[in-house]
Design a protein around this ligand. Structure first.
Ligand code: ZN
Length: 325
């Protein structure tokens, strides 16, 4: 009888301690900075790629769905794209220093999409370069992209700000020490797409002009046919390895051919559907041809493409009909 209140007091203490501990653990979990496990893969002398997952943005992958790369030259490291968040950029910056032991000469941003440029904050802003069209697009769309990214990948984005590259880059030759690059300004994927041919290593960094085994995205394409025409030019470049913007590295032109064939199918599907007066939901359930059925996110991206591009195809079909009358 005497011990009963004591037990009660001890139970109260125990309960209080357990509650405090679980609150602390919950708080730590919610506020913990997630860590990207970036693994640089050396694909040629002085050339490394960090391959992203073939997925869509999620709170599990932190937006690590993109390929970034770095090349060590006698005049420092050239970085290609900075990833989807400040946290990713910091992790990339660290592995570049650990892997090469060299300072960064410059960072080339291939286009304005957030998964390629939201790691900019981790790099010296004076070393960020992009095509003029990328700079203007990032100025216009950056804040909306940031809102969207915070919604899709959550706490991985903590502290991330939109940093617009201050330096414009032009197409043509770029020589750093003995290392020779050639830059190409294309438009098919985003309206301003920088493609980097590393003549010294033979590696072609195709940016998002080329996707491989991961469905391509279309929200800012000036047109699927234009994209396809530019791929023909890309296919004339003498590369020994090709790094797509998303998907695995290839020793041959398979990624270009797959991207081109998929664009051709999409364009034909949208055009014929518009001519037949189909609704968007009717096209969304269309069967995916066998040759594309193993491509990651193919149905998801088809639905997005229809919502982005189909109104234009419908307009053209109506115009053609009106001209015939
Ligand atoms: Zn892109």
């Amino acid at each position: 009888m005497i011990t009963f209140p004591l037990i009660q007091i001890r139970l109260h203490w125990l309960f209080a301690v357990l509650t405090a501990t679980s609150l602390f653990l919950f708080h730590s979990l919610v506020n913990a900075s997630p860590q990207y496990e970036l693994v640089p893969v050396q694909i040629a002398d002085n050339v490394w790629v960090v391959e992203g997952k073939r997925e869509n943005f999620s709170r599990d992958n932190g937006g690590n769905i993109v390929n970034t790369a770095f090349i060590a030259t006698e005049e420092g490291v050239v970085v290609i794209d900075t990833g989807p968040s400040w946290q990713y950029g910091k992790a990339l910056h660290d592995i570049i220093r650990e892997t090469t032991g060299k300072d960064i000469n410059r960072v080339l941003i291939t286009h304005h999409h957030p998964d390629h440029t939201f790691g900019n904050q981790a790099f010296d802003v004076e070393k960020l370069y992009a095509l003029p069209g990328t700079i203007s697009r990032l100025k216009a769309d950056g804040d909306a992209f940031a809102d969207n990214m915070y919604r899709m990948v959550g706490h991985w984005m903590k502290g991330t700000e939109v940093i617009v590259p201050p330096n414009q880059i032009s197409p043509g030759k770029l020589t750093l020490g003995e290392h020779e690059f050639e830059l190409f300004a294309m438009t098919g994927h985003s309206g301003a797409d920088l493609v980097v041919m590393d003549h010294t290593s033979g590696v072609l960094f195709a940016s998002d002009m080329v996707f491989f085994n991961r469905a391509l995205t279309t929200p800012h394409t000036p047109g699927l046919r234009q994209w396809q025409q530019e791929l023909e030019e890309l296919n004339t470049m003498p590369f020994s390895l090709l790094v797509p913007g998303h998907g695995p590295i290839s020793q041959d032109a398979s990624p270009i051919l797959q991207t081109s064939a998929y664009l051709d199918w999409l364009d034909t599907l949208l055009q014929e559907s518009a001519e037949q007066g189909l609704t968007p939901s009717e096209i969304m359930s269309t069967p995916i041809p066998d040759q594309f059925s193993d491509i990651a996110e193919v149905r998801y991206e088809l639905v997005r493409t229809i919502s982005h591009l189909y109104p234009e195809y419908e307009k053209s079909a109506l115009q053609a009909l009106a001209n015939d009358l």
